[in-house]
Design a protein around this ligand. Structure first.
Ligand code: AMP
Length: 424
């Protein structure tokens, strides 16, 4: 027997029953991002490997362990995007957006791929809503991007989340801080996890957000980057906080918050649901003033966020939030005589032109089986066409909620079912 397949580990099908959630979340993302003046951008699912595997990207889990890297048949090294920011920056440079008025405000709703250990809320293919504001260093844009993300969560009706905020400095103040951090951790490494021993050399900031048990006791006394910021970073952070206060957005300062990707500078933030553990970050982002240069552009500031749609939907479901149902069929056209199939298809066509939804029954099946099918798809009406109806140009309409039934002229079916052009 041929093999029957299941979807690969860590990826899932988004079935019709879940689509109302997906539609609600996607439509809300588009509406909120556009209300802030962000324009939608779609970049390809795969990119040249170098867009992600840049020399300074080493030491991050996403790049070291999670990237889907492959060679195509022409020998090009390609990567399935693990996140949205580098492709958007690549597109910003490729399409000359640097010469448009800055900042350029962009958003996307994309699939992303990480060879991660699958668990609840963590998948190998997932979806993100993200924004990028490129070409602006002023703190107002940091506050705007944070405001956009909380506006999105609020528009969805998500409750009980907290905003964590930190500044992770810049190339002026970070190197000296990293030295201090290495100094602090150097005599503790033998008691720490393997990941952290690797991070110590490659990306020591990540020592601060290790989730492994052996490393927890050392965090509380580690030197804090917010106590070691240079004057410019400190002023920037103070301005961001003041604007966020003005907007009435509550936040917690979290000196241990660092971002997983290498190119972040200054503002870093995450939204966490109050109820869950460490794997549950709803969304996060920050400033990436070094990235545009890493991708061959002139020094250009940027800031953005990414928020995972699967995790949002998990939380919406947990809150039992009503996102509305999918569209019910207005009519299920039951074909009681195979000779009536053409007439039935014509009726379905007319109903659809009038803005109604019509689902065809299978002419070869019994009327009973078709009526069962009509109930299963939750149609409002069954429209039955058999030999009699074919002969006298009528249709039998059965209201599937009340079981009332009437035989009506075919040309009045539209009006009965409430089509948009019913009067004509
Ligand atoms: P990151 O790009 O790692 O900052 O992730 C941004 C957001 O994307 C996270 O807060 C999650 O909501 C979501 N996310 C990241 N990785 C995954 C994953 N493997 N599965 C599902 N959602 C994810």
């Amino acid at each position: 027997m041929p093999q029957q397949f299941k979807a690969p580990r860590g990826v899932s099908d988004l079935l019709p029953a879940d689509q109302p959630y997906w539609r609600f979340v996607r439509e809300t993302a588009v509406r909120v991002a556009e209300s802030f003046g962000y324009g939608q951008i779609d970049t390809p699912v795969f990119e040249h490997a170098g867009v992600f595997l840049r020399p300074n990207a080493e030491g991050t889990d996403v790049i070291d362990k999670e990237v889907y890297l492959f060679q195509d048949r022409g020998g090009d090294e390609l990567v399935l995007r693990p996140e949205g920011t580098p492709p958007v920056v690549r597109a910003y440079l490729e399409h000359g957006m640097a010469s448009a008025p800055q900042p350029v405000r962009l958003f996307y709703v994309i699939s992303a791929f990480r060879y991660d250990r699958p668990q609840a809320g963590r998948y190998r293919m997932f979806h993100q809503f993200g924004v990028e504001a490129i070409g602006e260093a002023d703190p107002y844009i940091d506050a705007e991007v944070i405001d956009l993300l909380r506006t999105f969560y609020d528009a969805l009706g998500l409750r009980d989340y907290t905003l964590q905020l930190n500044s992770i400095g810049d190339p002026v103040c970070r190197p000296a801080y990293i030295d201090k951090l290495r100094g602090y951790y150097s005599d503790k490494l033998d008691r720490m996890c393997g990941d952290c021993r690797r991070r110590f050399d490659l990306n020591p900031l990540r020592l601060l957000d290790c989730k492994n048990e052996p490393c927890q006791p050392f965090k509380a006394d580690a030197p804090r980057l917010i106590d070691n910021l240079c004057e410019a970073c400190e002023a920037h952070f103070a301005a961001v906080r003041s604007l966020i206060d003005d907007l009435g957005i509550e936040y917690n300062l979290d000196p241990l918050l660092v971002r997983g990707l290498d190119y972040y500078t200054r503002t870093a933030f995450e939204f966490q649901p109050r109820v869950e553990g460490s794997q549950s970050t709803l969304g996060g982002g920050g400033r990436y003033d070094g990235l545009i240069e890493q991708l061959g552009g002139r020094p250009t500031p940027g800031i953005g966020f990414g928020t995972g749609l699967e995790r949002i939907i998990l939380n919406l479901k947990r809150q039992e939030l009503d996102v509305g149902a999918g569209r019910r069929p207005d009519a299920f056209i039951a074909v009681a005589d195979e000779a009536a199939a053409g007439k039935a298809m014509q009726l379905a066509h007319d109903l659809r032109l009038a803005g109604l939804t019509a689902v065809l029954g299978s002419p070869g099946r019994s009327l009973r089986a078709q009526m069962r099918h009509a109930s299963a798809v939750d149609a409002r009406y069954a429209a039955i066409i058999g030999a009699q109806e074919l002969a006298d140009g009528s249709v039998t309409l059965r209201n599937l909620e009340t079981s009332e039934q009437a035989n009506v002229p075919l040309n009045s079916a539209l009006a009965r079912l409430g089509g948009a052009n019913a009067a004509s």
